[in-house]
Write a protein that binds this ligand. Sequence first.
Ligand code: PGA
Length: 222
Amino acid sequence: MINTLKSYKELSSTVADIVEYQIQEQPLSKLIFPTGSTPLGMYKELVSRELDWSDVITFNLDEYLMNPDHPYSYHSFMRKNLFDRINIYPDHYHFPYRPTLSFEDTMYANKGIDLCILGIGSNGHIAFNEPGSSFKSKTRVVDLSEQTIQDNSKYFDSIDDVPKQAITMGLGTIMESKKIILMANGNHKLNILNVAMNGEVTEDVPASILQNHNNVEVYYCD
Ligand code: PGA
């Protein structure tokens, strides 16, 4: 179930191929996108391919509870690495917002999500669904775990600057996607990836819920 690729470059281009195919086959696609270090190469690839994004609608998995214009917000990350560099309409990309129920309504206003790209945290989280999150969870405000605050402190000036809360899509929300791709980069992710994909399906390992989805592909490189 875990596809091991030779390099980060191959990981990035393989997942970019899947996104490109989706957009070409169905210009009106609805996609879910992640942030973090793992997808950076994929976004770079997508920018270089000059695809037509004019009908594409996207939703990001999560956002810190902070000013969206802050340079370390996920809004800023996505604008810098993808949205400001492609021909997507600004009102076609979305981030989770409050009230979270209206965000869920916006997501499902059309016909559901065609393709969801995910990363995995070192504690097995997907989006900001930390261990113990309900498999039925929907978009909501969550407290970040100590592990996640520690992991994400590399993006901030100091650990004290990392927001302690975020808005995340739920595991139930993510599982409604028609197709899911999980990307993992680096040897430090291999153990949790194996536990999630081959171990017990349990809320203690949020990514293990993916074993219950019938259209998931997992790509890893060390
Ligand atoms: P990373 O984060 O890509 O920066 O490792 C992944 C995640 O926490 O989902």
